[in-house]
Every structure is written in C-alpha cells, then in structure tokens.
Design a protein around this ligand. Structure first.
Ligand SMILES: Cc1cc2nc3c(=O)[nH]c(=O)nc-3n(C[C@H](O)[C@H](O)[C@H](O)COP(=O)(O)O)c2cc1C
Length: 357
C-alpha cells in the first residue's frame, strides 16, 4: 500500500490498523517555533472519540495522543512531528465472521482482490480508526493557520432529515450529540436514529465545513486548485460518496444573475454580495468563507443480513456483529474539519513559498 501521505508542504503520513497496537501519523513540513503540546491536539480527538453517546459505536478508546518527536521545549522544531495513539479496546472476536466473507459496501473484497492479504480485524487499514490520525494532524494544521482562521463543521442532514438553515447556531453544534447547528431537530433526530439502530440498519449524512478568515490567494492553479484539493481530501475520508464546494450541485439550477457573487466597494474595502462560489474562484481563495460539504453513505456493517460471497466464491449472507455507528456521518464532522485545516495549512505554506507572505 503505497499512498499513505497527503499534502505537499504540510505533509501528513498516517500509519496503523484498527486492531493493531497503535495508530499514528508523521507530519513533515510543519514550520518551526510554533507552540505545540498534546493539550492542543487532545480536545479535537475527544470530539471524534467513539463511545460518547448512544448514537456512536460503543468501542471505548481513550484516544490519548502522545508526541514522540518534532517538539522541543514546547515548540515545533521544523523536524518531523510523530504522533501516536494506542489502541486499547480491540475485540477482534467480533470480526471473526468477516475473515472469510466480504461485507457488502466495505473494503474487504477489494483489499483481497488488490493485495491478496487483508488484516480483517475491525477492517484493518480500511477502518475509519485511521481518521483519528487525521484529526490529530488537523489540530497541528490549525496551529499553522493561526487564530485568525476558524475551521468548523456541522451535520446538516441526517438520513433524509434536513436542518432549517435559518436556525443555524454554531454554539449549538457543541451542545448536542449530532453536531447539529439547529437545536430544533435534535429530539426528532434522536428518535429517528434510535429506530434505525433498533432495526439493525444504518443511514447516511451530509456534513458542511466552513473555514472563516482564510486569506485571499490560497490555491495553486491549475493542478493544485484549492477546491480540487479540498474535494480530494474529503473524498479520501471513509464512506464519503460526494463533495460540493459552495452551492455545488444546486448551482446548476441557478441562472447566471442568481449565481453571480456581486462585488462592491464599502468604505474602501472589497465586499461580496453573496457566496455561491464557496470562497474559491479559479482555484484560489477569494477571502470569503470557504464552504464545502460532503455526503457520507450509510454504515455498511450492520445487523441486517445482506447477500454476499465468501473468499472461496460461495454465496452467503452477511451480518456484522460488533460495535458500529448507525450513522458514521456524525463522527465524520471533526474528520472533515481536520482535512479542511490540513489542506488550508498546506496551501498557506505553498502560497508563501511561491508568492511570499
Ligand atoms: C468516523 C467513521 C467511522 C466509521 N465506522 C464504520 C463502522 O463502524 N462500520 C462500517 O462498516 N463502516 C464504518 N465507516 C466507513 C468505512 O470505513 C468505509 O465505508 C469503508 O472503509 C469502505 O470505504 P468507502 O465507503 O469509502 O468505499 C466509518 C467511517 C467514518 C468516517
């Protein structure tokens, strides 16, 4: 498996499997003299951590991060930053049945087809346990971006149920187990998801990530466009099946005048009339908030039986016992934020390298 690194100047390599002794990442290219400690990273891991509500997997992982290198006397040194998170709650017996059978919708089949060998315990490398490393790297990326850039995510759709955007409240995102910005949907979502779980089923979700304070100029046309890199970063998250920037697919049904983000001068400063573009024009950030969304499919491992085949080509039915999120989109919110932060940090450093400060 040869592509475990993303980014160009802020380069993140992740390693480890779901049921191995530990997972971790190496961040190469982080600038020196940035104050950094485990306390800067841990809160973000805590937001993604499993076992925190009735709506996420009951696997109990403390997800304690340890910095192994790249930090001296509380500051980055410019050398590779190595982070490790131990796996403590592996229950590989739950996964014995997927050693020989393929979970429809999961990566079991294609890992076998490609590599001829697969660590099936908890999905091995294809498990979203790996996304904890991205969240840790994202915390470091936020330090590179500085306090002027604010990256936040929210769940805007759970299964078929939308939020009302007029009730959007960022403070609410931290108050409910769904990361919903709309307090009014929370009770209904809780009932809906409890019923889905009780049925042994699962559902998908849509996550929106907004980066405010992004300076104009990030993005490297033509093959390093900011929106292209955000899309690639989101698509690389487990279970993501669609990405939109700004109005995304909805922009196809707008007229030109409706879609145009008009430009004005207000007190000597540039102002936009709207942000249909999602803060990116020609692959370069415009100084408007960068807005992107991704769609997460329903969790494939579930208690409802689905026809499948064994490794030997015998037809069977698959039921996945073990501990699973009925909607993995919920815990994907901090992962999406982290990927946005990593892409922006990478582009900030790339911009400085080509254009200067
Ligand atoms: C935070 C998070 C947790 C996940 N947990 C599970 C899980 O418990 N069971 C499962 O079948 N898939 C889970 N997934 C999705 C799988 O990892 C993913 O579907 C699988 O690797 C196949 O990749 P693909 O869906 O991107 O094609 C999770 C995804 C995320 C983002």
């Amino acid at each position: 498996m040869s592509y475990n690194t993303f980014g160009h100047m802020f380069r993140v390599t992740t390693w480890g499997e779901s049921h191995g002794p530990a997972i971790g990442c190496v961040i190469d290219g982080c600038p020196p003299r940035i104050p950094l400690s485990e306390a800067d990273i841990q809160p973000f891991l805590d937001r993604r951590r499993p076992g925190q509500s009735a709506f996420t997997t009951q696997r109990q992982e403390p997800d304690q991060v340890r910095i192994l290198s790249g930090v001296f006397e509380g500051q980055t040194t410019g050398t590779p930053i190595s982070l490790i998170i131990e796996n403590t709650d592996q229950r590989s017996r739950d996964y014995g049945n997927i050693a020989q059978t393929y979970r429809p919708g999961h990566a079991d089949l294609v890992y076998d087809l490609k590599y001829g060998i697969r660590d099936y315990r908890g999905g091995g490398r294809s498990s979203a346990r790996e996304t904890a490393c991205r969240v840790a790297a994202g915390a470091v990326a936020r330090k590179v971006l500085g306090e002027g850039v604010c990256v936040r995510g929210a769940l805007v759709q759970l299964g078929a149920k939308d939020i009302d955007r007029t009730r959007w409240d960022w403070a609410e995102v931290e108050r409910n187990p769904f990361f919903s910005p709309d307090a009014a949907v929370v009770d209904d979502w809780a009932e809906y998801l409890a019923a889905i779980r009780k049925d042994g089923s699962s559902i998908g979700a849509v996550i929106e990530v907004v980066a405010q304070g992004v300076p104009a100029g990030l993005g490297a046309p033509i093959y390093g466009k900011l929106d292209a890199d955000i899309a690639a970063a989101f698509m690389s998250i487990n279970a993501v099946k669609g990405v939109e920037i700004g109005d995304g697919f909805a922009s196809a049904s707008l007229t030109g005048p409706e879609n145009a983000d008009a430009l004005f001068m207000r007190n000597g400063a540039l102002e936009f009339g709207s942000n249909h573009a999602g803060g990116v024009l020609g692959g370069i950030s415009s100084g408007q908030p960068v807005v992107a969304r991704f769609a997460v499919k329903p969790t494939s491992s579930m208690l409802t039986p689905v026809p499948s085949i064994t490794k030997d080509g015998v037809e069977t039915q698959v039921i996945t016992k073990g501990r699973h999120d009925p909607c993995v989109g919920i815990r994907a919110v901090p992962v999406g934020e982290a990927m946005m932060a990593c892409v922006l940090a990478d582009h900030l450093l790339r911009h400085r390298a080509q254009v200067g400060a």
